[in-house]
Design a protein around this ligand. Structure first.
Ligand SMILES: NC(=O)c1ccc[n+]([C@@H]2O[C@H](COP(=O)([O-])OP(=O)(O)OC[C@H]3O[C@@H](n4cnc5c(N)ncnc54)[C@H](OP(=O)(O)O)[C@@H]3O)[C@@H](O)[C@H]2O)c1
Length: 266
């Protein structure tokens, strides 16, 4: 880049209004990839998760690449529901008034099970993390964004929420509940200026799926998932399958009779 072109780019980015994004579940996998993608698109970031070391390395990487302090970290367990309103207020203040444009909830767990059976404690943790944490964060963020009259809320759900299968029942139920809650929130916020986006990834290669034998041709990287989710969010798509070929696949799965569902090897 010539000096003139560099100066023009700096002037353009200085004159562009600041856009802030909050990613809950940013320390690995899709969440970390979302943070990198949003940083590349010029967002200032608030990154939330429990693992401080992972968040710290991600922040340093993003700040080095952007050449400015574009990311801050907030160590938090999404099951600490009572802490959310104060932490969100802190993040909004740190990002700058009227700056928060996008809030993505991608925190989630799916504990391994060698036996195909999950304990009550594991099932409860899935519902608490994947669903109640999302309701707490996105519900609180909905109030903040509605007050400012603009913004986008993104919930990372899953194709797993579309139909009950023999597999991990509580994980599927947690995503089904999240999908329905997001749909309902979208109707409630219509006309408020706040958009609600439901992202439904299929197979994504992350720590969550590391021990699973996934069909390689139907498995995408976290980076690709993040690019697709951010593009859909910026366009304000209500529901986005990640990638889009999961839409007809899941339509077909929803039509299957129950006796066939019991035979599916998943
Ligand atoms: N991978 C797939 O094939 C796939 C497909 C469909 C949907 N999804 C969904 O995509 C989302 C991201 O999953 P991933 O595949 O990227 O897995 P991942 O690499 O394991 O990431 C999970 C993220 O959630 C955070 N998290 C978990 N429990 C938390 C808690 N109690 N408090 C705060 N943060 C918590 C983790 O951070 P800390 O551990 O540092 O707290 C981490 O940042 C999940 O909601 C998952 O259900 C994944």
């Amino acid at each position: 880049m010539t000096d003139q072109a560099m100066m023009r780019a700096q002037q353009t980015s200085a004159s562009r209004p600041r856009r802030g994004a909050l990613v809950i579940g940013a320390s690995s996998g899709i969440g970390a990839a979302l943070a990198r993608e949003l940083a590349r698109r010029g967002y200032t970031l608030a990154l939330v998760a429990r693992r401080e070391d992972r968040l710290g390395s991600l922040r340093d990487e993003i700040n080095r690449a952007s050449g400015r302090d574009s990311a801050r970290v907030y160590v938090h367990d999404v099951r600490d529901y009572d802490a959310v309103p104060d932490l969100l207020r802190q993040i909004v203040t740190d990002l700058g008034a009227d700056t928060l444009q996008m809030v993505v909830y991608t925190a989630g767990i799916m504990p391994d099970s060698a036996t195909g059976v999950w304990s009550f404690a594991e099932e409860r943790a899935m519902l608490e993390t994947n669903t109640i944490g999302a309701i707490r964060w996105l519900g609180s963020a909905a109030e903040a964004l509605t007050a400012q009259g603009h913004g986008t809320l993104v919930g990372v759900s899953s194709v797993a929420g579309e139909r009950g299968r023999r597999g991990n029942s509580a994980y599927q139920a947690s995503k089904a509940a999240l999908t329905t809650w997001l749909e309902s929130l979208r109707y409630r916020l219509k006309g408020s200026g706040v958009r609600v986006v439901t992202a439904k990834p299929g197979y994504v290669a992350t720590e969550m799926t590391a021990g699973m034998k996934l069909p390689q041709r139907a498995t995408i990287s976290a980076d690709e998932a993040a690019r697709r989710i951010v593009s859909a969010a910026e366009r304000g798509r209500a529901v986005t399958y990640v990638p889009g070929y999961w839409r007809p696949i899941m339509w077909t799965v929803r039509q299957l009779p129950a006796f066939l569902m019991t035979r599916l090897p998943v």
